[in-house]
Design a binder for this molecule. Structure first.
Ligand code: C5P
Length: 284
């Protein structure tokens, strides 16, 4: 092994579109979703030392952390007994629909593969990712992707233009499982059009992209946490092109006309007690 320590970024995602097609016999839901990497990240430091696996992440430390499970899976696959130490500096909020835990797991798989001198292909890493969670595969690939299945079958879309975003989260989060259960009770889904998304993204027009934003999980998550609807309304009234809840929530993003506008809106939302970030879409 060349190096035994590595520091990498684990980027959050938003869902620009999310349609629930139906419930499967394994309990998961069949999706169509447009996923996008954003410039909000955790820092993941991985070192090869000792013999066990350690994962430090504040209150999310230990074996239940998805990054710990990623390291365990990676090591088992290679029949390795190498000790692994993971330290995560969290910035991505939890229970927000931003795939923070999945991003850390993906960064751990990618980082370990580098530290071990690339024993696994991207295809093999994607297989491990799918054993860990529905969003881990996207976090490995990143950029702008169409996803189907439970979110793990990826197809690249035209890269989204750089869009300024204001992202806000109520104090309370939403559990992903609970959001899907609420969706089942309400039971209203709409399909997305791959062609419409590809055309809007290819045009590079923020207006066209903003017109397509939709999320089938929003109505259910708003029943769990009514403040989500108010937050979305605040973002729209403040002059965003459009606003949408990401994933199963509770974070909501607004697409703004400029970074300055995002800063202004962020300032007023902070005063209302939300956690707020000014960020943008990126292709890592
Ligand atoms: O795959 P992941 O562990 O992130 O999913 C968390 C929970 O969200 C699942 O246990 C399931 O209840 C729900 N889920 C779903 N359909 C999906 C993704 C997640 O029902 N496509």
């Amino acid at each position: 092994m060349k190096e035994d320590i590595l520091v990498t970024f684990a980027y959050a995602k938003i869902n620009l579109g999310l349609a629930v097609k139906g419930k499967r016999s394994d309990g998961y839901h069949e999706l169509q979703t447009v996923m996008q990497t954003i410039d909000l990240y955790d820092t993941v430091k991985i070192s090869l030392s000792g013999s066990g696996i350690e994962c430090f992440c504040g209150g999310l430390s230990g074996p239940r952390n998805l990054a710990y499970q990623a390291a365990k899976l990676f090591r088992e696959r290679l029949n390795s007994r190498q000790g692994i130490r993971i330290e995560i500096e969290k910035r991505i909020p939890v229970q927000a629909g931003l795939a923070g835990g999945s991003a850390d797991a993906a960064a751990t798989l990618r980082g370990l593969n580098q530290l071990y001198n690339y024993p696994s292909s991207q295809e093999e890493l994607l297989q491990l990712a799918n054993q860990l969670g529905s969003d881990v595969a996207f976090c490995l690939q990143g950029g702008t992707q169409w996803a189907e299945g439970r979110g793990e079958k990826l197809l690249p879309l035209a890269e989204a233009p750089e869009m300024s975003l204001v992202l806000a989260k109520p104090q309370q989060g939403v559990s992903t499982g609970e959001a899907y259960r609420r969706f089942d009770q309400l039971g209203r889904g709409h399909l997305l059009s791959f062609q419409a998304w590809e055309e809007a993204l290819q045009s590079g027009s923020v207006e066209k992209i903003a017109l397509l934003l939709s999320n089938d999980l929003e109505a259910g998550s708003q029943v769990i946490l009514p403040v989500i609807a108010g937050l979305k309304e605040d973002l729209r009234k403040a002059g965003c092109y459009s606003a949408l809840m990401s994933g199963s929530g509770s974070a909501v993003f607004g697409i703004t006309h400029s970074e300055d506008q995002a800063q202004e809106i962020a300032h007023s939302l902070k005063q209302k007690g939300y956690s707020v970030w000014v960020t943008k879409t990126i292709t890592p």
